[in-house]
Design a protein around this ligand. Structure first.
Ligand SMILES: C[S@@+](CC[C@H](N)C(=O)[O-])C[C@H]1O[C@@H](n2cnc3c(N)ncnc32)[C@H](O)[C@@H]1O
Length: 296
């Protein structure tokens, strides 16, 4: 299989993370190695690149395509366990850490796990892999009304979901939600689109996104990683985080503010896609890159 994901803001990440001397880069969201391929080509011979991913498909792809590279170590795990991974691999402090959050195009298009609302009808699963204890179907079939509303509001900024959640709670009694088509059916009944295709697409996208974030505990993963980041980074080491959701970006901003005694942002302004990259990689349009340096 060709690389099924276009890496985002790759030139910025490479420029800002590539060190001149021996280095250790830890990529907490290895995916299909888009950032890895560019970074490794610039890294000195005695360097190490650790690629972590919770999805076994990403690790299998990496092993098949980049397994010959002696500087690469692939780990099937979640990045929230980075401290434990570094201890087990006996690694020094990192010169660079990269998180490219969210989902890969492969997961969206070809994993068959129900991440997308367009295309084939798929099981309502949405688990990216390691560290997930419930599926999207479990949420809609078993969580109470207020908990589902909370997921929609917190992770999708959906404030008019009450009718949809009532419909979900009535429907699941008669027949549980099994696949994406079941969910889409209830979205169509539970929201008002005023005949606007754009509003319909946006609503489906945000409902699916909210469930995915909850299933994969994406904000919890980031929070727990940030708490340990100081003890993972070398002095002058850099932490690059690409977010796709305003809540994640706010978390990174807050973290920077609250830790300004040891960490400084390299760029005052967040880095975003330019017109040309946004045109080529429309899915990544909302990407925001922040790079922080450990000062002491
Ligand atoms: C946007 S893709 C990364 C793409 C990669 N940078 C590339 O260029 O190919 C996000 C990847 O992170 C993985 N991922 C998401 N959350 C994770 C977590 N908490 N721990 C480890 N991997 C995670 C996903 O499985 C997915 O493969």
């Amino acid at each position: 299989m060709n690389r099924p994901h276009i890496p985002v803001l790759c030139d910025f990440v490479t420029e800002l993370l590539t060190p001149e001397t021996q280095s250790l880069i830890i990529d907490g969201t290895f995916g299909f190695g888009g950032h890895y391929s560019q970074l490794i080509s610039k890294m000195p011979a005695d360097s190490t690149y650790v690629g972590i991913d919770r999805d076994s498909a990403a690790i299998d792809f990496g092993t098949a395509h980049y397994g010959q590279e002696s500087r690469l170590r692939l780990v099937h795990n979640t990045y929230e366990n980075m401290t434990q991974i570094c201890t087990e691999l006996n690694l020094p402090l990192a010169t660079g850490i990269l998180l490219d959050l969210g989902i890969s195009s492969f997961q969206l298009d070809a994993s068959g796990k129900g991440f997308r609302f367009q295309g084939e009808n798929e099981p309502l699963d949405m688990r990216m892999g390691e560290g997930c204890s419930f599926t999207a179907a479990d949420i809609v079939n078993t969580w109470d009304k207020s908990a589902i509303l909370d997921v929609l509001e917190r992770y999708g900024d959906i404030r008019n979901g009450a009718k949809f959640v009532d419909i979900v709670c009535e429907t699941r009694f008669k027949s549980p939600y099994l696949n994406t088509a079941d969910l889409i059916h209830s979205i169509k009944k539970g929201f008002y689109f005023a005949n606007s295709r754009r509003r319909y697409v946006q609503t489906c996208q945000t409902v699916f996104q909210a469930l995915r974030i909850a299933v994969n505990d994406e904000l919890g993963q980031l929070e727990r990683f940030l708490e340990q980041s100081k003890s993972l980074l070398a002095v002058q080491g850099r932490l690059a985080i690409i977010t796709f959701h305003s809540v994640e970006d706010k978390m990174v901003k807050r973290f920077t503010r609250e830790n300004k005694d040891w960490i400084t942002p390299i760029n005052k302004k967040v880095i975003q896609l330019n017109y040309h990259e946004a045109k080529k990689n429309t899915r990544a349009r909302s990407a925001k890159l922040r790079v922080l340096v450990r000062e002491h």
